[in-house]
Write a protein that binds this ligand. Structure first.
Ligand SMILES: [Zn+2]
Length: 345
């Protein structure tokens, strides 16, 4: 099969376009003909060997977790899926055997895998995944739209609605909002809860695009008076919910502008993972700081259902042919992308 694989970690030149053997389907797996695979920052870290992402590179490794495509083969134990089904994958693959999985908390699986990290993923014509990590997609959702969903919309749904329990009259701060996570958080918070959203970003071009998504105010995170302006926007009450996938850089202003009873949601630490937390302020203001890693299958079902009814739509920055994955990684490294880059086949 045609694929883009790596045999060592490094710069974009380690991404190699070529042929690999087709994957063989196991009894609990479906084999998917990949139609679209979106690119995540995690792919860049894995390719480069940064941020502690280590890969087993004994054989050529195929990145890519956010896969949409057609089922072309089913293992003996597969139920609910048939050849020809259009599907999207939750790349955080649970074991279905550990105590957390048995309690229904698959997102807390003690032996989880991640498609494209611990197994070969979607930068290829075919991939295989356990059937219980796959969701049907209706004809009203394109493969490109579906592939733009999992790694950004699953944690955003989890953070906003299951963990933070966002309420309609609340205010949300989305930091570094041009990213896949940022745009997904904006879409969900705006379209589902109708809340006021304030966003931060790095330049005026991105700020304009973010504003067009219905965000009330967009500020540059380089603004010298950022904290003051953020507090003024909220009548000095602060934000009820902060969505942070950046870590250190945004923590410095995010935690200081968190409201009483506020919930600070962390799902990434690309700018640094060590921060100072004033525990006195935390308990006196009844605040919560929590992290999420992805979410569960119900989260993915919920998002796919919303998109099928056009209640929210993923923001697609661009589509890139498989052969040109190097270019896509460069674009993401240069941080001039608003929304998702999706590989097409
Ligand atoms: Zn498990």
């Amino acid at each position: 099969m045609k694929s883009v694989y790596i045999e060592e970690q490094g710069d974009v030149n380690v991404l190699t376009y070529g042929d690999l053997p087709d994957p063989i389907v196991k009894s609990n797996e479906v084999k998917i003909k990949v139609k679209a695979c979106s690119i995540n920052r995690l792919d860049l870290f894995a390719r480069a060997g940064e941020k502690g992402v280590r890969l087993n590179l004994k054989t050529p490794h195929v990145l890519g977790g956010d896969v949409a495509g057609d089922v072309i083969e089913c293992g003996d134990m597969v139920t609910d899926f048939f050849v020809g089904d259009r599907v999207v994958v939750n790349p955080h693959i649970s074991c279905q055997k550990c105590k957390n999985c048995k309690l229904g908390a698959e997102e807390l699986c003690l032996q989880s895998n991640f498609l494209g990290m611990t197994s070969n993923g979607g930068y290829a014509e075919y991939t295989t995944v356990p059937f219980y990590n796959v969701v049907h997609i209706p004809d009203s959702i394109s493969y490109i739209e579906a592939a733009a969903v999992p790694t950004v919309f699953i944690p955003c749904w989890n953070m906003l609605f299951r963990k933070a329990k966002l309420q309609p009259n609340e205010k949300v701060l989305v930091v570094s909002a041009s990213s896949g996570i940022g745009t997904a958080a904006i879409q969900l918070a705006k379209n589902i809860s109708g809340v006021d959203i304030v966003a931060t970003t790095s330049n005026l071009y991105k700020a304009q695009l973010i504003k067009e998504m219905g965000v009330n105010d967009v500020l540059l995170h380089t603004d010298e008076n950022l904290n003051k302006k953020l507090m003024e926007i909220t009548n000095n009450e602060g934000f009820n919910v902060v969505i942070d996938h950046v870590g250190l850089e945004s923590w410095l202003y995010g935690i200081q502008t968190l409201a009483k009873g506020g919930r600070y949601c962390v799902c990434g630490v690309t700018s640094g993972h060590k921060v100072n937390l004033h525990l006195g302020s935390l308990f006196k203001n009844s605040q919560t700081v929590f992290g999420v890693f992805m979410g569960n299958m119900a989260d993915l079902h919920n998002v796919i259902n919303l998109i099928s009814h056009k209640k929210t739509l993923p923001i697609i920055a661009d589509t890139i042919p498989l052969k040109e994955v190097r270019r896509a990684h460069k674009m993401l490294e240069e941080k001039n992308v608003v929304g998702k880059l999706v590989i097409t086949f």
